[in-house]
Ligand binder design. Sequence first.
Ligand code: ASP
Length: 309
Amino acid sequence: MFSIALHGGAGVIEPNMLTPEKETAYKNALNEALQIGKSILANGGDSLEAVTKTVMSLEDCPLFNAGKGAVFNSLGKHEMDASLMRGDNLEAGAVGAIKGVKNPILLCKNILEQSEHVYLSGSGALEFAKQVNAELKEDDYFFDQFRYDQFLQAQKAGTVQMDHAKNPLNEKKFGTVGAVALDAYGNLAAATSTGGMTNKKYGRVGDTPIIGSGTYANNNTCAISATGHGEYFIRAVVAHDISCLMEYKGLSLKEACDEVVKNKLVKLEGEGGVIAIDAQGNIELCFNSSGMYRASANSAGVELVAIYS
Ligand code: ASP
């Protein structure tokens, strides 16, 4: 038995914001990533490998705000955050404010497997990336005219902007990416990767690399990957909170996700959502915004690719 779910960001995503061609492009990219993860799981691969490869596929796609499609910070540069966690032994790897690394999620796997630390940031993380021969890219690899225009507009307005805020420029591209999976051995894993928020202060780190906020996995409960306005997700400790509601209060996956995303976060005015899988393979795709790029599949043959609520 296996289950997998992924997201490409949540936010103000409405049918009138995407042309049919763009909608198809997003759905194809989501489906391509889903099939990568699904085939790993169907062939007996483990959940850590499945979520890593799924997220790498989304990082390599310029449609999403992670890896190649990462947004610009206040200096017109790209600083990325990512994290990865396994549910069997609670090992985790995370990276914050990393520059020039093609696949931050793969670097998280290196940190998880080869470093004595959980979380590396900035220049130290880059040095570690070089030691493990992570693939590096020059600035122009991450350059995208649409994202640059988005950045100039945010700078002019003096705002820090979610990649999927309501904004005429945002009709084209949205979203942080993530994946969660349960493998045939009963192990859960979660992965999340992002460029953060447009025009964010350099050095700003969001919820994505913070274990317990943007990412969490525990075989006793669930695997979670979040997307949304990071400052609120940090303060609400979203991913771990969902796990705790299950572990300590006996809530189901759906009840726990609804409580945190549709009640606690809404009260804080924190927009976004989560993808979640529990130890029985149940899948929840839960968000308080108008849409979330998402997809899921399981060994029973259920498959979904969706955008709007
Ligand atoms: N959570 C991310 C951050 O605040 C943004 C996103 O999900 O799009 O950095």
